[in-house]
Design a protein around this ligand. Sequence first.
Ligand code: SF4
Ligand code: SF4
Length: 720
Amino acid sequence: MLAVLETRTIFGGETEAARVIFYLLALATLLLFFWGIYRRIRVYRVGRRPAGWRWLRRATKYDIPDVTARPGVSKSAAVIAANRSITKVKKPVGLAHLLVFWGFIGLFLATSILSLDYDILGNASRIVTGHTYSFFRGPFYLGYNAVFDLAGLLAIIGSVMLALRRWFSREPQLDYTRAEIPEGGYSRSKIVLGDQVFMVGLLLILVTGLLIQGLRIDGEGFPSFERWTWLGWLIGKMFASFGVGAASARSAHAWLWWVHVGSALAFIAYLPFSKALHILSAPTNLVVSDPANIRRLPAPPEGAAGYATFADFTPKELLAFDSCTKCGRCHYVCPARTAGAPLSPRDFILDLRQWSDRNNQIPLFLDSEDRPTPSGPLAGNGPLAGTVIKERTLWSCTTCMACVEICPVGVEHVPTIVQLRRSLVDRGEMDPTLQSALQNISTQGNSFGKSARMRARWTKGLDIPIPDARKEPVEYLWFLGDFASFDERLVEISRTLAKVLNSAGVSFGILYEDERNAGNDVRRVGEEGLFEMLVESNMRAFEKADFTRIVTTDPHSLNTLRNEYPAFGLDKEVLHYSELLAGLVYRGKVELKPLGRRVTYHDPCYLGRYNRVFDAPRAVIGASGCELLEMPRNRTNSFCCGAGGGRIWMDDSFLEERPSVNRIREAASLGVEYFVVACPKDYAMFSDAVKTAGLEESMKVVDIVELFSEALIGADLVEA
Ligand code: SF4
Ligand code: SF4
């Protein structure tokens, strides 16, 4: 039977003076900690509140972008508790982080329980009754030790795994080299040292905590009930086997206790001013992050064209800057960085954070970059877009969303990049080619600069009628987009789709000259005024037509029609043509013959990552009797073609290797002959890339409807 006195003496062997010193140190630590947190919160409070604090309402409805996401399970608490945002990409790193996460929660709980018992209840009962009350004894004490020894062990295992990766791994995402500044133009040695201090600090607290358990038990002569403190007991036995007797153990314990307590207090004080801040900021950011912000861009700040000052940022954005752990995942996947453009989403966030901290006089401990000549985040006066973040950096983004998708702490890079682009556009600072594309869209309603009357020219000579949805009711309003309407390489594919829909008996029609560029990329370029004009124009055209739902050939148009137009009154379902084709197969409306080809498929960013349409194109490929070989980067991890976010209208001659060429080489490594696309811009980009890569003989770019058409009616593939 258990005796009720099984416990241990708190502050065992320490003098009254030591106890006072401890409490003074603890008080100073807490004051420093809360002052640091207060300074951070004061910064967030300067930020602009978005209308309705929508992000706060999402606190209980976190929808993490994840290919395995199941409806109803993706609540923020579950995501954070299972570290799902970390484990979804790198399982071993995620597991290590999970061990540290739960290990430290356990140890935090252990310290809180001890403090409640000793510091609060013990002192209060002594003052009130003259007797010291304690529940830290008997069965509670034994269970406490058994459970929290396990927490300590898990935290140590996880910390060692993370430290070994940091110290010995050569993973490219852990390389802090900047993409756009030559060596010598900056120094990140403090950041590198800060990483080491963080890891060593964690390990020091954990290891000394376990060692003092062992020394205490050894010093107390191994009371049998301390077997429940199973890890401390084993460590004590280890000391004893090395000849450390009870007296030496007690003396070593006294010294090591101060090392443990000192390192723990120092860590708490250092937390708000260092990399360790992410322990608090990252889970908070995960709760308030909202992937819908990427699909449906937030409006510019009231009364301003885009971000110009610190106060334009939202509290959520400022919190996101503080949440970045510099894990480098976004840096690694970014197609712009891969292509040699002067953009790294990681450095974009770190620069904004350092600039914000500098402006708000937040002291940083080993968490900042130095430059011999102040520039970027260390710049003095000058516009935010252009001085703190260079124009070229902002224009390099393809808005592919790969960074947002992979970020384990919910940072949303894209809306911030667009807000900064908006202020560049407002100042007229943009590529001449972009300016001319926007001019064309503004005057003619399309980026090709062709007359609106030419939009339906692709229908000429077709031996089937293409109904005018403004004149007769149709089920599907087919919104083609600029490329499918005007690009010479693509109009034949539009004709193929028209024939397929016609032969499958689909009721569809088009808007003829009333269709305008949908505005998705115009908005992402930062031209908010033109975007609104395009929406109004298209909405007027929709009002003239009688239809049930919209189908579009262009994933970019799909994104804005599906996610942004509803705010302007559109209340129709919007589908991608691959969804319509897959639906025809699923409902048995068509019969396809097997083509027996080996193909690979490229997930367009605005179809896959943005709108989670992954399975419909694959279903069409499967129904056409083709064997699909997946590229290593597929679905949520797909690699951008380089055209998005208006990049297709800008000069890319400075790139080391275009993303589309990089992607074609990835496909070529599979040994497939067909590269299947489901986006007109992809067709154009990859057709060029095949030529650049010198793969014209071995690789053919085909649109998904070409496969479908050939399987359906035996037509030949359209030549590129
Ligand atoms: S959206 Fe794509 S291109 Fe832009 S920063 Fe993120 S990963 Fe890079
Ligand atoms: S922004 Fe996210 S993905 Fe990029 S380095 Fe920071 S934590 Fe990692």
